[in-house]
Ligand binder design. Sequence first.
Ligand code: NAD
Length: 500
Amino acid sequence: MRTISHFFDGKAAPFSGERTGEVFNPALGVPQARVDMADAAVLDAAVERAKAAQPAWAALNPQRRARVFFNLKALIERDMQELAELLASEHGKVVSDAKGDIQRGLDVVEFVCGIPHLLKGEYTEGAGPKIDVYSMRQPLGVVAGITPFNFPAMIPLWMMAPAIACGNAFILKPSERDPSVPVKLAELMKEAGLPDNILQVVHGDKIVVDAILDNPGVKAVSFVGSSDIAHYVYQRGVAAGKRMQCMGGAKNHGIVMPDADLDQAVADILGAAYGSAGERCMALPVVVPVGEATADALRARLIPEIEKLRVGIQTDADAHYGPVVSAQHKARIENYIQMGVDEGAELVIDGRGFSLQGYEDGYFLAPSLFDRVTPAMKTYTDEIFGPVLQMVRSQSLDEAIGLASRHQYGNGVAIFTRNGEAAREFAQQVEVGMVGINVPIPVPVSYHSFGGWKRSGFGDMNQYGMDGVRFYTRVKTVTQRWPSGDGGIVDQSFVIPTMK
Ligand code: NAD
């Protein structure tokens, strides 16, 4: 069986095999690789290598650091097909969707190609008599990123591209469920010209995550995953004095107004609810029609379209989505479907019991649709993270805004309407970090930034964009004066200096 090992000194480390995890092919339901799982000693050694390598990388002028990312862009484009197939084979998403995962990370690589400009500081000439003030952004040193299974290319690139471009050394701890693409990205970074140990990949689970959080040499940690773990990681990291940025789970609502373009809204909701088998933090698993007539019309249009959706293996070019990531996750989603029935929601379409010929052991689920879901239900408040769409009927825009605003998660939200005033009101009022107006998956472009509110994000800086640059640097401000030294009046003061 294929083995996946840590990556340091510019190459894959020898496979230790001491403590390993299994990496499955979700379409077949069988393990396809074994991955090494690090302990604290492995992590501590990675931090020491990173500390030794980082000063020389930070001392390179930013234009030369940027050139590594120009090269990386070309290499990722060269290997796009191979990367997408590898990603899909471990994650379960279809290959076309895997390319989107890589492309979204590539967008951040393109953004950091402008790092010389992004790092420019501020300057004030003559802030006082013969006094000038300037500020600069300096890297933190050694930083780390811990990433989830559902975007094994995009999310590592969200973190490592700005961190490294800013002059840090970066240790990536990817999800142990689909760790191959992160290692490939490290190999491509090496090929692009990155010096050894500026990027290392260390695989593992809670043991290595705790080691990252406890190692004083790691100055900042970026985490993306489920909310309980994000909160735990945030608290432990902050208690250790680190800069932390921890993104959590989601339950994004799509509000459908009576004046919405229903054909477009239905097409958008289908893709956003069921694409990637619903395993996206920016999926749209809750639809909130405003008014009974809108709800009935939407339901009538959704049902035949959902029944047409094709579930297939990752390389099936006609499949809308593939298997979910693991047997445990499939069972968890099925439990939530049963819970929804038991809680009294109407299960309009039941996706359980689906079997794909030739892939009977795969983790497939057909799409499910619930109607008459209420805010009191646990299936509404929890993140299901599967191909399950829940309809919550509301009677007014205010009620719909209140639903999204009061939910424990506040990652993304969308409104479908032709009414600019309603859309504007909605965008202003709703307590959610990323808003789509007739856009079902409002993931901001790489030169803005990504972040949810409430239990979807702990910490105060977003991923990528200028917040990425801010997160991975600290500001130093210099106040300088050059006395003439000609024996004139020497200025002395025992009061706090002011610029007079
Ligand atoms: P997860 O929380 O299980 O794992 C995330 C990371 O934490 C992994 O690297 C994992 O190894 C590590 N981990 C797991 N258990 C741990 C523990 N007890 N202590 C310390 N570390 C631990 O998440 P997942 O299942 O890989 O990913 C899906 C989740 O991520 C969903 O909740 C989804 O909404 C969320 N997500 C959020 C965003 C966002 O930007 N808000 C983006 C993508 C995914």
